[in-house]
Design a binder for this molecule. Structure first.
Ligand code: ADP
Length: 382
């Protein structure tokens, strides 16, 4: 059934009564007119035209009508205006008509003939309540969809803006790099050691700026997951991350221990590799123990979640800074002490959040750090 286009909510609920007997239409009108605006029709065709013209919250229809039966009318009314609530008025004996109305017309309820005024009023009141709740639901869904669309647009614009800025910033940086290169080789007389020292400084700054721009772009690009999340072996993911870090592990003489029972999670393998690469490389980098140790393990989480942790025996993080390190470009150390741009943990947090999870850190200075992330368990391996 297609979505009905939103129609302005009536000031008073409109009720439509359809019955080929004029007296019945009048009786129902009389009964309900104090609370609602009541419209009447004695032919199904006329009723359908009324429904097309005015927003009607509830329609009541008699089953036995000469041109079109009540259940056939409801099937058509539902096709045209699925949001209007439908109530059948029928004799007890018409059980087949009732079944058809339920199946094809998705009626809200029925009133058996001969109906009592209280019964009819009560049924209409319940239908109106139902309409109000459904309408609120529809409005909220629409508002959410609108807000999502705006957010998506803002995100796209931000991404486009970042690309332009990144491109424009890189251009002069390339020129600076080229000039420093010329100054190193082409000057006559050549630069003295002091000049070369300054040139090294300029070059280091330019390279750092390049890395910052690249990381900023990488960060803004992780704003959604392209494909649906699928069952992903974490052992495979962590293995891939370690392949990328092979050099760093070897250079630091580090020990990396990966649990055998890493689960299969709902995930995006590429993004998860990036996540573990960041966490494990931090565990190696911010570490002065000999040997540096990093452990990747798992503990059961609540419901269908698992908690995966990356633990190191590194320098640790003071409690006061344990939130801010997840912000982009936040660092606690000078670059001369530990290299980096400060984008890694912001990327980690964004990836976990795109997986519907969260990341926290437990740490104390000098006592190593444990990053804990929740992910959703999947049943079947990829
Ligand atoms: P980067 O590694 O480029 O500095 P991150 O965003 O990955 O950036 O980390 C932000 C900061 O958090 C780091 O500069 C460091 O001060 C701190 N940090 C991250 N991981 C660890 C860790 N395992 N142990 C100690 N400090 C850490």
């Amino acid at each position: 059934m297609s979505e009905e286009a939103p129609r302005p909510a009536p000031a008073r609920h409109r009720i439509l009564v359809v019955d080929d007997e004029r007296q019945t239409v009048s009786a129902v009108k009389h009964l309900l007119r104090r609370k609602y605006k009541v419209l009447g029709a004695t032919r199904a065709q006329e009723a359908l035209e009324l429904l097309d013209q005015e927003p009607v919250s509830v329609v009541l229809c008699d089953q036995r009508m000469p041109e079109m039966t009540g259940d056939a009318f409801f099937a058509e009314a539902r096709r045209r205006h699925p949001n209007t609530i439908r109530i059948l008025i029928t004799a007890y004996a018409d059980i087949q008509a009732l079944v058809r109305s339920i199946n094809n017309g998705h009626i809200f309820g029925y009133v058996a003939k001969p109906w009592s005024p209280e019964e009819l009023e009560h049924m209409v009141a319940r239908a109106i309540e139902h309409w109000d709740v459904s309408e609120l639901n529809r409005r909220m869904t629409r508002e959410l969809a609108d807000a999502n669309q705006l957010l998506q647009k803002a995100n796209d614009e931000l991404k486009a803006f970042t690309h332009v800025v990144a491109h424009d910033l890189k251009e002069p940086l390339r020129t600076i790099a080229a000039y420093t290169q010329f100054m190193r080789g082409d000057l006559d007389p050549p630069l003295q050691p002091e000049g070369l020292h300054y040139l090294d400084g300029i070059q280091r700054c330019a390279e750092h700026l390049f890395r910052l721009i690249d990381d900023l772009m990488r960060f803004t690009e992780i704003d959604h997951i392209e494909r649906a999340l699928e069952p992903t072996e974490l052992r495979y993911v962590v293995g891939k991350a370690l392949e990328m870090l092979e050099g760093a592990v070897r250079d630091r003489g580090a020990e990396v221990q990966v649990a055998d029972d890493l689960p299969v999670v709902q995930g995006d393998a590429g993004r998860l590799v990036l996540l573990f690469q960041n966490l494990i490389s931090n565990g190696l980098k911010f570490n002065q123990s000999d040997p540096p140790r990093v452990e990747v393990g798992v503990v059961p989480g609540e419901g269908d979640t698992v908690e995966v942790f990356v633990r190191d025996n590194g320098i640790g993080i003071h409690h006061d800074y344990q939130q801010q390190i997840f912000e982009i470009f936040e660092r606690l150390h000078a670059r001369t002490e530990y290299p980096g741009t400060g984008a890694g943990l912001a990327i980690v947090r964004r990836i976990v959040e795109l997986h519907g999870g969260a990341v926290v850190v437990e740490s104390a200075p000098g006592n190593g750090s444990t990053f804990r992330l929740t992910l959703r368990r999947a049943d079947a391996p990829r």
